[in-house]
Design a protein around this ligand. Structure first.
Ligand SMILES: CC(C)(COP(=O)(O)OP(=O)(O)OC[C@H]1O[C@@H](n2cnc3c(N)ncnc32)[C@H](O)[C@@H]1OP(=O)(O)O)[C@@H](O)C(=O)NCCC(=O)NCCS
Length: 149
């Protein structure tokens, strides 16, 4: 296994990623300017579609916005996924520690993430690393957060 920014790979290919942003509110504003406006023109609401597609189009017109109650204390957020063959070897910890190190260097106060309540393994992993519950979303999704230091 080798770690070479931006990819984490073995001989068979990429095995996982961590992507994150230092400011969720800046990121959401950037998405609005750079993506959502143009996509709304392209994918209009008044066109008939299969339900799965219609749901995606609705999310373009009404994108999720993270509550200031979360971004105030935990401005950064990230997503992480490793294929099964890369799990359980310390890679998740290593990626998150690197992220936190960089956020600390940039003076970012805290970081959050969303996780399905059914994903007990990931929740156990995050709690083990020091994340605590920050909020529960309307659909039951958990928001966990960490304030390093
Ligand atoms: C969740 C995930 C990121 C964890 O990464 P990982 O590389 O498998 O975990 P690590 O091997 O780095 O584990 C780090 C530490 O957490 C501990 N840990 C892992 N899962 C745990 C659990 N369920 N409960 C308690 N501790 C756990 C490990 O024992 C290890 O402890 P140590 O470093 O103190 O020895 C990874 O398994 C994954 O991508 N899973 C599938 C996709 C997913 O669920 N993504 C998250 C969506 S929100």
């Amino acid at each position: 296994m080798r770690f070479r920014q931006p990819s984490l790979a073995d001989d068979a290919g990429v095995v996982g990623y961590l992507v994150g942003v230092a400011s969720t509110s800046d990121f959401e504003a950037w998405c609005e300017r750079e993506w959502w406006r143009a996509l709304r023109e392209r994918y209009r609401l008044d066109v008939e579609r299969r339900e799965a597609d219609a749901e995606l189009v609705r999310s373009i017109h009404r994108p999720d916005r993270t509550s200031p109650a979360i971004t105030g204390a935990f401005p950064a957020h990230f997503h992480i996924d490793l294929l099964p063959r890369a799990q359980g070897q310390g890679i998740g910890r290593m990626l998150i520690e690197r992220l936190i190190e960089r956020l600390e260097q940039r003076g970012v106060a805290g970081v959050h993430l969303g996780v399905e309540p059914a994903n007990a393994r990931a929740i156990g992993f995050y709690r083990h690393l020091g994340f605590t519950e920050v909020a529960v979303e309307d659909d039951g999704g958990l928001i966990l957060g960490l304030r390093p230091g």
